[in-house]
Ligand binder design. Structure first.
Ligand SMILES: [Zn+2]
Ligand SMILES: [Zn+2]
Length: 224
């Protein structure tokens, strides 16, 4: 990002994306109503479960035990994520991080917050790592340890849209950079949008292989 654009994206005032008030990306009036919550369910098959647990059936296919998701990817949530990722609205990061922090149940104090690694081309385009920033605000709000210990090996864009296609593409896409931290650890993977689940499942798989004790996920919005 050119320097001037980078500076402007930080200092320029934002208008509320719902009502237009000049009071940040989401004003104090609109924020509480902005993101309708989701029922407690399995993120893969939508079976009702307690505490957003992955159902028994899906547990055979993923290492993710719980996936807490704030809202559906539409309306204000979609607009906010879009502005954050494609409109240089870096100011969305603290909003996303704190909304996520408020939506989570009790999390053990030892939990490591692991953002899904962003492709380096996207970090260069935006001037920031959107998942890392959001995870940092979440970690601060919940007093947890931010641990960006997964890296992306392949920087190619995902072209497949089906779950199987994405699984195949992502099989060798990630690597754990600090395995000694992962062994026996409780982990919370953080991402902005859940689509097929293939990405968090690929990250969860290598964390499991590295000896993680438990793996959960916290995601802002689910796309259907
Ligand atoms: Zn507003
Ligand atoms: Zn399920």
């Amino acid at each position: 990002m050119p320097l001037l654009d980078g500076l402007l994206s930080i200092i320029a005032p934002h208008n509320c994306i719902v009502c237009g008030a000049e009071d940040g990306l989401l004003c104090a009036w609109c924020l509480p109503e902005a993101f309708p919550g989701l029922p407690s369910r399995c993120y893969r098959c939508y079976r009702t479960t307690s505490d957003s647990a992955t159902c028994e059936h899906c547990r055979r296919r993923t290492a993710v035990k719980h996936a807490w998701i704030v809202t559906d990817y539409r309306g204000t949530a979609k607009q906010l994520v879009h502005d954050y990722k494609f409109g240089r609205a870096r100011a969305a990061a603290p909003i996303l991080g704190s909304v996520l922090a408020d939506a989570l149940p009790y999390i053990s104090a030892h939990t490591l917050i692991v953002p899904v690694p962003t492709a380096s081309i996207h970090i260069r385009q935006r001037g920031y790592d959107h998942a890392l920033l959001m995870a940092r605000y979440l970690a601060i709000r919940r007093n947890l340890r931010l641990s960006p210990i997964v890296s992306r090996l392949t920087q190619s864009r995902q072209v497949g849209s089906g779950r199987q296609q994405r699984h195949d593409q992502l099989r060798d896409a990630f690597i754990v950079t600090k395995p000694s931290l992962v062994n026996g650890a409780e982990i919370l993977i953080v991402d902005d949008v859940l689509t097929t689940g293939a990405t968090i499942e690929a990250v969860a798989r290598i964390l499991k292989q590295a000896g993680a004790k438990s793996i959960d996920a916290a995601i802002f919005a689910q796309k259907h």
